[in-house]
Design a protein around this ligand. Structure first.
Ligand code: UDX
Length: 471
C-alpha cells in the first residue's frame, strides 16, 4: 500500500521505517528542509536499535523522504499524521501543527484516503480533523479519520512497533477499519514473524498481536489513559519507596510481592528519580486538561505529577545527607538521558538534577554513552564531559547513577573504589545489590532500600565492611 507519513520525529520515523519493512511504499514528509536532506543522505537523527538496519533495507526504495506534502499525499491510500503536539503554557496539547497538516492534506488527496492519527492527541481531535477537512471543501465520502495510537518506547521503538502488546484501530466505519487492517495484515496474520529477515523480538512477545477495533474517540482515550496509568504506577512505587526508606524495608522485595499479583504486574514498578521524557510529563498534563474541559477534575493526575517532582527533590536531599555541604564538591555523574538506551534528554530528571547541583556550586564530571552531545548543547562548559564511568568517578567526592544504562550496572566496583576520592555511590536507579556494596565498604544510597554506611569514618574503601541502616 502507498502510505504517507507526515512528521519525521520519533514516532514518524520509526513508524515509517517499520511500515516499509511490512512491505508498504512509504513517503516520509517533513517541512524542515535540512532534516529531509539529512534523511535523504541516510543520516538517522536518533539513537534507536534496528533503525540503521531498516534504513539499509529500504532507504531510497520503499522508504523515501520529501518536503512536499502534496507529492507524498497524492496517490497515498493512508496518511499517518505524526507531527508534534507540544504542550501550551496551560499544559494543553498544542494542536496547531495537526490542524495545518489537515488543511494541507485536504487540498492534496486524490481518491478515498484514510487520515491516521499517530501523534498522541486529545479525545476530540479526530472530530476536529474531520471538520477542518470538510471546511476546506473535501468531499465527505473521499476520506475518513482513524486513530491508531502508538505505544513505542524510545530505545526499543522498532521492536515495540513490530511486536506490540496490541494494535488499536479506532475507526468509526468498516471501510476505514479495513484499510488499517490491510496495513497491519503482516503483523495481525503473523506472516511477518515467519519471514527469515524479520527483526527479532522478545521471547515474551504476543505473536501475532491482538487487534482491538474501537471507535476513534475510544482509541484516543486509550493512548492518554495508558500513559497516565503507567506514570501513576511509577509514582505509586516511588511513594511506597519513600515509606520503605523510613521504616527500613526494601522496596525491591515489596515490588516482588505486589508485582507477582498478575492483576498488578511487575513492569513499570521500578522506583527511581522520577519519570521524564517527551511523553509522560506532556501527556499527563494534556490528559488533565482534556478531563477539565470535559468537566472532570482529575486530581489523581495532579498527585502523580507532584510525587514525580518530589522524587527528584528527595534524591537531592539524599545527596546532601551523604555529603553534608555541596559547594565545591566534585561529583561524578553517570547518565544524562531521561532513561537508558536513548540519547534523548527531553524532560530528563538526570539533567534537572545536574542543573540543580551546578546551582549549588558542585563541579560535575558526566558520562553518558549516547546523550553527551545533546547534553553539551544545554549545559555548555559548566560540566566536564568524560569518556568513561571511571573517568567520571576519578577524584570525585561521590558517584551519582542517574540513568539505568546496562553499562552502569556492570561496573568494576574495585576499580571504581580506587579512583573515587571517597567510596560513596548514590544510586538513583537501584542498579546494585545493597549487600554487595556493604561488603565492599561503600557508602551506598539507593531508592527505597536500606543505605550502607560503613562504621569507620574513613570511607576510602579500606574501611571495614559497612552495615545496612535505614535511609
Ligand atoms: C513512554 C511509554 O512507555 C510508551 O508506551 C509511549 O508510547 C511513549 O511514552 P518512553 O517515554 O520512551 O515511553 O519511556 P518509558 O520506558 O516508558 O519510560 C518513561 C520514564 O519513566 C523514564 O524516565 C523512565 O526512567 C521512567 N521509569 C520507567 C521509571 O522510573 N520506572 C519504571 O519502572 C519505568
Amino acid at each position: 500500500m502507498r502510505i504517507a507519513v507526515v512528521g519525521s520525529g520519533y514516532v514518524g520515523l520509526v513508524a515509517g521505517a517499520c511500515l516499509a519493512d511490512l512491505g508498504h511504499d512509504v513517503q516520509l514528509v517533513d517541512n524542515d528542509g535540512s532534516k529531509v536532506a539529512a534523511l535523504q543522505a541516510g543520516q538517522i537523527p536518533i539513537h534507536e536499535e534496528h533503525l540503521p538496519e531498516l534504513f539499509r533495507r529500504h532507504h531510497g526504495r520503499q522508504l523515501r523522504f520529501t518536503e512536499s506534502l502534496p507529492e507524498a499525499v497524492r496517490n497515498s491510500q493512508a496518511v499517518f499524521v505524526a507531527v508534534g503536539t507540544p504542550p501550551t503554557e496551560q499544559g494543553e496539547a498544542d494542536l496547531s501543527y495537526v490542524e495545518s497538516v489537515a488543511r494541507e492534506i485536504s487540498g492534496a488527496i486524490h481518491g478515498y484516503t484514510v487520515i491516521v492519527e499517530k501523534s498522541t492527541v486529545p479525545v476530540y481531535t479526530s472530530d476536529w480533523v474531520r471538520r477542518v477537512m470538510l471546511r476546506n471543501a473535501t468531499a465527505a465520502d473521499t476520506f475518513d479519520v482513524v486513530s491508531n495510537p502508538e505505544f513505542l518506547r524510545e530505545g526499543t521503538a522498532v521492536v515495540d512497533f513490530l511486536y506490540p502488546d496490541r494494535i488499536v484501530i479506532g475507526a468509526d466505519n468498516p471501510r476505514s477499519a479495513a484499510v488499517l487492517r490491510e496495513i497491519y495484515a503482516p503483523l495481525i496474520s503473523g506472516s511477518y514473524y515467519e519471514r527469515p529477515d524479520a527483526i527479532s523480538g522478545p521471547a515474551s512477545a504476543k505473536v501475532p498481536p491482538p487487534l482491538i477495533v474501537t471507535s476513534a474517540k475510544s482509541a484516543e482515550l486509550i493512548k492518554h489513559a495508558s500513559n497516565a496509568f503507567l506514570a501513576m504506577k511509577i509514582s505509586f512505587i516511588n511513594a511506597v519507596a519513600t515509606i520503605c526508606e523510613s521504616v527500613g524495608a526494601n522496596v525491591e522485595q515489596v515490588c516482588q510481592g505486589i508485582g507477582s499479583d498478575s492483576r498488578i504486574g511487575r513492569r513499570f514498578l521500578n522506583p527511581g528519580i522520577g519519570y521524564g521524557g517527551s511523553c509522560f510529563p506532556k501527556d499527563l498534563m494534556a490528559f488533565r486538561s482534556v478531563a477539565r474541559e470535559c468537566g472532570y477534575e482529575f486530581r489523581l493526575l495532579d498527585e502523580v505529577m507532584r510525587i514525580n517532582e518530589e522524587q527528584r527533590n528527595r534524591f537531592l536531599r539524599k545527596i546532601r545527607n551523604a555529603l553534608w555541604t555541596l559547594r565545591g564538591k566534585r561529583l561524578g555523574v553517570l547518565g544524562l538521558a531521561f532513561k537508558g538506551g536513548t540519547d534523548d534528554i527531553r524532560e530528563s530528571p538526570a539533567m534537572a538534577l545536574v542543573q540543580c547541583l551546578l546551582q549549588e556550586g558542585c563541579q560535575i564530571a558526566a558520562y553518558d554513552p549516547a546523550a553527551a552531545e545533546r547534553a553539551r548543547g544545554v549545559l555548555n562548559s559548566s560540566v566536564e564531559f568524560v569518556n568513561s564511568p571511571y573517568e567520571a568517578a576519578t577524584g570525585a567526592d561521590a558517584l551519582l547513577i542517574l540513568t539505568e544504562w546496562e553499562e552502569f550496572a556492570t561496573l568494576d566496583l574495585k576499580r571504581l573504589q580506587k579512583v573515587l576520592k571517597y567510596s560513596i555511590v548514590i544510586d538513583g536507579r537501584n542498579l546494585y545489590d545493597c549487600e554487595t556494596m556493604a561488603a565492599l565498604g561503600f557508602t551506598y544510597y539507593s531508592v527505597g532500600r536500606p543505605s550502607t554506611v560503613p562504621d569507620s569514618p574513613a570511607e576510602n574503601g579500606t574501611a571495614a565492611a559497612g552495615k545496612l541502616t535505614k535511609a
